[in-house]
Design a protein around this ligand. Structure first.
Ligand SMILES: NC(=O)c1ccc[n+]([C@@H]2O[C@H](COP(=O)([O-])OP(=O)(O)OC[C@H]3O[C@@H](n4cnc5c(N)ncnc54)[C@H](OP(=O)(O)O)[C@@H]3O)[C@@H](O)[C@H]2O)c1
Length: 331
């Protein structure tokens, strides 16, 4: 495993594990199997694990608390706050990054995770009603109190990143980045680099699409992908045809498509630390081997061009091209 400093602060494995799908968004999965995968990830050297209050909600943090009970010294746990969750329905009903709420979620997450300190605490989405300085001020107070080690943002815009970073150093920005979601390349990646903020791409495999193994039939009941435009009946087949070129490059490089796509991401810039969603152990092993795929500049260019963005059908979220989250679920 390769380790690198995230935002000059946390020494994390170059590839982290996104734990969301173990409890949320992609249908049911047996808890015991998830725990086996998490333990195997540690054996393989992974130390960076991603969760959030709203995954479940709550269940994913509880799962990690259980899985890492006797392994605290081996893991760096990132979690997130930022949504308002209706206590009776447990549905996300809006944003909430009010300072009081930030503190309350941190206390609750500490309990669910069974830890004394949250290693990395992200704001999940910027709250349009609360100035980011106020939110980050509350997060900084948690650092002072020793309840949080480092701060992060997710899907924040350049101006918000700058204002947050001026309030308290931001260690990581987590936003969607993969071959079909590349808007961060223009301004956000260079800004993160300039400010010393590590960039953590979420859904680096396009929610499973860039494994080349995903079919519409695999979308089970309660699978969030059923409402994502790129996975719709109208768009999916057309999008899948775009994988042909990638498949050929992967064959040439003697790796799988998932490995190629992850290697491409990590070769885009050294400041990139993908968190990959894996519930199945064989997926975990396959993905970690992307660290052994070597790509040169020409390979990078060919992979970048293999999937023409103007041919991708559908937005990444329902709610239009600018939407930063799906309207119908809490992701
Ligand atoms: N900040 C945010 O707003 C936000 C939003 C979304 C996600 N995230 C975080 O990012 C993490 C990763 O994103 P993601 O889970 O949405 O998407 P992803 O990592 O792009 O893809 C996950 C999907 O790919 C499948 N997969 C992984 N490796 C595979 C392989 N080698 N072969 C075949 N299938 C493979 C997984 O299957 P199995 O699970 O069955 O192994 C799962 O269905 C999440 O877990 C979460 O922690 C954050």
């Amino acid at each position: 495993m390769k380790y690198q400093k995230l935002g000059n602060k946390l020494n994390v494995s170059k590839i982290g594990i996104g734990c969301m799908g173990m409890s949320f968004a992609y249908g049911e999965y047996p808890e015991a199997e998830s725990i086996k995968t998490l333990h195997h990830a540690i054996e393989l050297g992974v130390n960076f694990f991603d969760t959030a209050e709203c995954y479940g909600p709550y269940r994913n943090e509880i799962l990690l608390g259980k899985a890492f009970k006797h392994k605290r010294d081996k893991v760096i746990i990132a979690t997130k706050f930022g949504f308002a969750i209706d206590p009776s329905t447990e549905k996300v009903i809006g944003f909430n990054s009010n300072p009081e709420h930030v503190k309350a979620v941190a206390e609750a997450s500490l309990k669910r995770l069974g830890v004394e300190v949250i290693d990395l605490f992200y704001q999940h989405r910027v709250d349009p009603e609360v100035p980011i300085e106020e939110t980050v001020g509350a997060m900084a107070q948690l650092v002072k109190e020793g309840k949080v080690r480092a701060l992060g943002l997710s899907e924040a815009e350049p101006d918000e990143i700058k204002r947050a970073h001026a309030t308290h150093p931001i260690t990581a920005l987590q936003s969607e980045y993969s071959l079909w979601t590349r808007s961060v390349e223009h301004e956000i990646l260079p800004l993160c680099k300039e400010l010393g903020i590590g960039f953590v791409p979420y859904s680096p495999l396009g929610r499973g699409f860039f494994t080349g193994k995903f079919t519409r039939e695999m979308i089970s009941k309660n699978d969030f992908r059923s409402v994502l435009p790129r996975f719709s009946e109208d768009n999916f087949d057309s999008n899948q045809k775009l994988l042909k070129n990638l498949n050929e490059i992967a064959k040439e490089k003697q790796c799988t498509m998932a490995q190629l796509v992850l290697a491409w991401l990590m070769h885009q810039d050294e400041n990139i630390f993908p968190i990959v969603g894996v519930r199945r152990m064989q997926h975990l092993e396959e993905n970690l081997n992307s660290l052994n795929v070597k790509l040169d500049e020409n390979d990078q260019k060919r992979i970048s061009e293999a999937l023409p963005l103007d041919q991708v059908k559908g937005d990444r979220y329902s709610g239009g091209p600018k939407a930063k989250q799906a309207i119908v679920t809490s992701n």
